[in-house]
Design a binder for this molecule. Structure first.
Ligand code: ADP
Length: 627
């Protein structure tokens, strides 16, 4: 029994392979969480970091509130089951299961009790005297599970445990493992690349891609409300049809013209409302419709059937729409009468049409992954529509220069918005405009006076919501992100200290020598910078990392520097991904706190303990030091 919390966990291999980025997740006691995603997305790495088999590059791992980063795997009270079950061939099932306990000097009668109990749970009591070679694949996998159950761990980690089994066995073992979880009442974390396995087993699924969490939610919500194109197309088989379409209004009705054809689809009001004020009207978007939500024999979209696949319980039709090259897939009952080379008309079930931004690929209807609200930050004031708020000083100390006096957006995951007052939160007033009933929750949409569009939160089905009501909403500061217009984060994880230190300037032979941070930088002299002692402020976004020889060998290229000697030496401390940019926290000689520099997100400071930053003249400001 245990909660597992990952806070901003990163894994960087070889100084530049970012296997896992900013993995932030709370796994509750007794939850069955599945990590799913294509090969190489970082699932196993994350699991192995939880197990302690892989070092955590940055971030924190807590089990039951205790920091685990430096705790030996054997002391984490975790059991891991791998895809190869590696049983000892010369030992009986009983001895295989007892082996680990013997090593730990567990008393014999205690071992016997535990092995028999585990065998009972797994229904392998009658196999205890057999050797592994006399077992089927499924039975061997059960013994492998038994070996971990006897240890009575707090957390079970399972890394593709079924991938060596044949298709039929996999299906039955799936439900075995689900039942096992119910019986053991323990936290399970399960890794698979198989979406069906994920959907059928997890209480909650974490969809990953390229080392980032894409969405973490219940199977139904992921299916019903995918937050981006990747999640939408990754889950569901055959995958969701995606069609480019142009949105337009006809009176008060939202419609979309499918690209490459004259076909038009009409949205129901509840969907249209979610877009009503948004910038997408008149724009091209990506429409998504799952094969099972296309209804043949109705409507006026004509399709040609290319191929018909009878799968027993259902029929898959591969078709093409008029004037469109892309395949369009329908999923019909097994007794569908449609044949290849036939034409049919189809209609979309518009309750289940999804919409995605063409560039960001984020969902633009339903509950978004993150609510985004345009705001303005000036000094310690944050303006949202007509509301002006005084910012919490701690929150402000995490903002980068770019956050101030520019158009920025506040982002917050809908799950973190509360209707009840919570400490350290930003309180805003919003009007409850409409509700869309989902299977697991109510999607509640709010408007804020003076702000275009709506933003959404989830409310449990048994909670009361009242339309048109002005509601106080509480956004925990810790969970708020701020983004600039290029989608880069401008709020950092760590406090941003000013990059200020003392510098001594001496002009010699037309050159201005600036002694700072344990080095001397050299630039042409400037009229208004006489010899003297100055306050020097390094600019956050103007210094350029110089790649080491090792990195250059790996293909990282250094630009040509005017004066390659103008560089400061820094020691890496931490980093924070801001989108396409990287914020590096580094130690610089002479600075009281760490400094922070924004560089391109091409390398990682983790495992580059020391490096150099090139300092162009516009990379710092000098102000005379007061007497
Ligand atoms: P998954 O389990 O989702 O298939 P992994 O966690 O195994 O993905 O790998 C994530 C990324 O990290 C991949 O790009 C992989 O090549 C890389 N990677 C994994 N292990 C190592 C390693 N020991 N050294 C360097 N790169 C690695």
């Amino acid at each position: 029994m245990a909660d597992v919390t990952l806070r901003h966990v990163y894994k960087v291999y070889d100084g530049s392979v970012r296997a896992v980025n900013d993995f932030d997740l709370e796994i509750k006691d007794k939850e069955f969480v599945v990590f799913v995603g294509p090969s190489g997305c970082g699932k196993s790495t994350t699991l192995r970091m939880i197990a302690g088999l892989e070092e955590i590059t940055a971030g924190q791992l807590y089990i039951d509130g205790e920091l685990m980063n430096e705790v030996e795997p054997k002391n984490r009270d975790i059991a891991m089951v791998f895809q190869s079950y590696a049983l000892y061939p010369h030992m009986t099932v009983y001895d295989n299961m007892a082996f680990g306990l013997k090593l730990r000097h567990t008393p014999k009668d205690e071992i016997d009790r535990r092995v028999k109990k585990a065998a009972e749970i797994l229904e392998i009591s009658e196999l205890l005297s057999r050797k592994p070679k006399a077992l089927s694949g499924g039975q061997r996998q059960r013994v492998a599970l038994g070996r971990t159950i006897v240890r009575d761990p707090k957390v079970f980690l399972l890394d593709e445990p079924l991938s060596n089994l044949d298709a039929k066995l996999r299906v039955s073992m799936r439900s075995e493992i689900t039942k096992l979880h119910e019986r053991l009442q323990t936290t399970f974390i399960y890794v698979t690349h198989d979406q069906t396995e994920a959907m059928t087993m997890g209480n909650r699924i974490v969809v990953m891609k390229d080392g980032y969490i894409q969405q973490a939610d219940t199977p139904i919500t992921l299916f019903e409300n995918p937050s981006n194109l990747f999640v939408a197309t990754f889950l569901g088989s055959p995958q969701m049809n995606i069609i480019e379409a142009e949105l337009f209004m006809e009176g008060k009705t939202l419609k979309a013209k499918l690209n490459g054809s004259t076909d038009v689809v009409t949205f129901p009001d509840i969907k249209a409302k979610q877009l009503a004020n948004k910038k997408y009207i008149g724009q091209k978007v990506l429409l998504g419709i799952r094969p099972e939500h296309v209804i043949p024999g109705k409507g006026d979209i004509e399709v040609d059937v290319d191929v018909v696949e009878h799968l027993g319980d259902e029929t898959i039709l591969y078709t093409k729409m008029k004037n469109r090259k892309e395949q369009f897939i329908l999923k019909l009952p097994f007794n569908s009468k449609l044949h290849a080379n036939e034409k049919t008309n189809v209609e979309f079930n518009m309750e289940f049409v999804y919409m995605f931004d063409k560039d960001t690929q984020k969902a633009i209807m339903g509950i978004p992954y993150e609510d985004e609200i345009p705001v303005r930050i000036e000094g310690d004031k944050l303006t949202i529509g007509k509301q002006v708020k005084t910012l919490d000083p701690d929150f402000k100390s995490h903002l980068l220069d770019n956050a101030f006096n520019n158009d920025v957006r506040l982002g917050i995951k809908p799950d973190y918005i509360s209707r009840e007052s919570i400490p350290d939160s930003l309180e805003i007033e919003a009007k409850l405009e409409f509700i869309e009933q989902k299977t697991d929750y109510q999607a509640v949409f709010f408007s804020i006076e003076g702000v275009d569009g709506y933003f959404a939160m989830k409310v449990r089905n048994d909670e009361k919501v009242t339309l048109d009501q002005i509601t106080h909403l509480y956004l925990p500061y810790q969970r708020i992100f701020i983004y600039d217009k290029d989608n880069n984060k401008v709020k950092s994880r760590e406090v941003v200290h000013p990059n200020v230190t003392t510098a001594e300037v001496k002009n010699i032979n037309g050159m201005m020598k600036v002694k700072v941070a344990g080095t001397t930088l050299s630039y042409p002299s400037e009229e208004n910078v006489p010899d003297g002692v100055y306050n020097l402020t390094f600019k956050q976004d103007k210094l350029v990392p110089i790649f080491t020889k090792k990195m250059v060998k790996k293909g990282f290229e250094n630009p040509v520097f005017d004066n390659p000697n103008n560089k400061i030496f820094v020691s890496a401390y931490d980093e924070d991904i801001l989108g396409s940019k990287l914020l590096t926290y580094v130690e610089v000689a002479g600075l009281e706190y760490y400094a922070s520099f924004i560089v391109d997100n091409k390398f990682s400071v983790y495992k580059m303990p020391k490096f150099e930053l090139y300092v162009p003249r516009d990379g710092f400001e000098l102000t005379p030091k007061g007497e």
